[in-house]
Ligand binder design. Structure first.
Ligand code: FAD
Length: 438
């Protein structure tokens, strides 16, 4: 039963699973796999799936379930742009430029978002909200139409993280222009993972794995001292395959990508990461970015920042922040393949491609095809000799260089045997025949 569960777990945790896989439904379920192993799962923030595995006393099940639910509900109620009465939605619709009271949770998330905005040079910017909505990646699910440049430019003037202030005592937000809005979708799911982890630790549970919409935090280990393993998905549209599996402990992993949540118009893909500089969806960037950090809020936000910055800028940001980054980019010379680049500390395993993966793959592909070709040729030649002693016609290739004691080429396989060879063959045939009739 355990291997089956591990497989299921890896599939659930294939990190990009959740990029838009918020369609799964299901009520909260607690199952006892083994006496101390408890599983919980459900949906949150619309239809996003979450799952938690803990090793704990089964009698704690109800408390654990309640703690998880409360943590997720708090984040959803406070930070959703899909709920008109959430703190974020009320802040967005307010035109006041005075301090706007929010919960400590919301202030904390906005504070971290602002720090990452500064560190990423504005690549990460929660004030992109109006552009997220314009490009139909927010609550407005009406038909997608590519907006004109004038509309994009007009909205671009209303964004900018420097137009937003945050304080923690008392917790509040402040906009410097009435139109400013925020969108915490690229950071709040990670924060939800952190909140669940804190709640579990407060119940004295040390060994658990939390996943919310593909963002993950792993604490401790399994009882057999085995590490938690988390899969990273290949960033391929419509395909669910693992790129690699990594071990996590006291760390978070978050992934952003362009292959789940996007529109395609006239062969051009418009994915949900917005470049605040241009106001447009990122073009020609990575297919996916995975980030490992101590807290999931940071991992989640940095993954989006790297999607905007691209491979080089993204890896540099990762090094500056002391987080590990894996960037998978499309290999345009090898359609369907991708190139991997990562910071030194990003864990790899056998199935993890290196940056020159495409080159390695084409070499091995050529070697395998050539080997198969030669194997088939040799088998065919052997079969030809065995069946009816028929000679192969045409070139003898390397076989022509094999000599008999008289220095004649190996005539039995050659299409043009010499005179000596024919005589030898005739003698052998007569001899065989004689033996048979005896
Ligand atoms: P990520 O890569 O982590 O984030 C991408 C998102 O970040 C974009 O969709 C955009 O919103 C934002 N973004 C884009 N560019 C930038 C940038 N440069 N800087 C900062 N942010 C950027 N969806 C629903 O359909 N229904 C719901 O009821 C619902 N409720 C939600 C409640 C909450 C509290 C949250 C956080 C999200 C909710 N969502 C809901 C949104 C949905 O789950 C999103 O698809 C998800 O948050 C995006 O996460 P991701 O991991 O797919 O992408």
């Amino acid at each position: 039963m355990q291997p089956a569960f591990i497989h299921k777990c890896l599939m659930i945790l294939a990190v990009s699973i959740a990029l838009s896989d918020c369609g799964a439904s299901g009520s909260l379920v607690a199952q006892h796999f083994q006496p101390t192993r408890l599983e919980f799962e459900g949906t949150t923030m619309g239809t996003c799936t979450w799952s938690v595995v803990v090793y704990a006393n089964p009698e704690q099940s109800l408390d654990i379930q309640a703690a998880i639910e409360r943590s997720l509900k708090d984040v959803d109620d406070r930070m959703s742009t899909y709920k008109p009465d959430s703190e974020v939605s009320r802040f967005n619709t307010s035109s006041s430029i005075e301090w706007f009271d929010v919960s400590a949770d919301t202030a904390r998330v906005v504070q971290r978002a602002q720090e990452i905005s500064l560190e990423s040079g504005g690549a990460f910017d929660i004030t992109v909200a109006p552009l997220v909505n314009l490009w139909k990646f927010g609550p407005d699910k009406s038909e997608f139409v590519v907006p004109d440049n004038a509309t994009v430019d007009a909205l671009r003037k209303t964004i900018g993280f420097r137009k937003l202030s945050v304080r923690d005592n008392p917790p509040a937000l402040k906009k410097s222009i009435p139109e400013l809005q925020i969108d915490l979708s690229a950071i709040a799911q990670g924060y939800a993972v952190d909140r669940v982890a804190i709640a579990l630790k407060s119940l004295d549970i040390d060994n658990f794995l939390v996943e919310v919409s593909g963002e993950v935090y792993a604490s401790g280990k399994k009882p057999d001292n085995e590490s938690w393993k988390v899969g990273i998905e290949k960033p391929v549209v419509g395909v669910r395959e693992l790129y690699s599996v990594i071990e996590l402990s006291e760390k978070s992993l978050a992934t952003s990508g362009d292959y789940r949540n996007f529109y395609e118009v006239a062969g051009k893909r418009y994915a949900h990461t917005i470049d605040p500089q241009t106001g447009m969806p990122v073009e020609g960037g990575p297919s996916s970015v995975s980030v490992i950090a101590v807290d999931c809020m940071t991992a989640d936000a940095v993954a989006t920042a790297v999607m905007v910055l691209g491979k080089n800028g993204g890896l540099e940001l990762g090094r500056e922040l002391g987080v590990e980054v894996l960037v998978l980019s499309p290999d345009y010379s090898n359609p369907g393949m991708f190139l991997a680049a990562q910071t030194d500390g990003f864990p790899t395993n056998k199935s993890t491609a290196r940056f020159d993966d495409a080159i390695d793959n084409s070499f091995w592909r050529t070697l395998v095809v050539a080997s198969i070709f030669f194997a088939v040729a040799i088998i065919a030649m052997s079969v030809g000799v065995l069946l009816g002693r028929q000679r192969l016609r045409g070139s003898c290739g390397g076989l022509a260089t094999l000599d008999d004691p008289d220095a004649d080429p190996s005539c039995s396989l050659c299409s043009a045997p010499g005179k000596k060879c024919r005589e030898l063959k005739k003698a052998i045939t007569n001899n065989q025949h004689d033996t048979t009739t005896e």
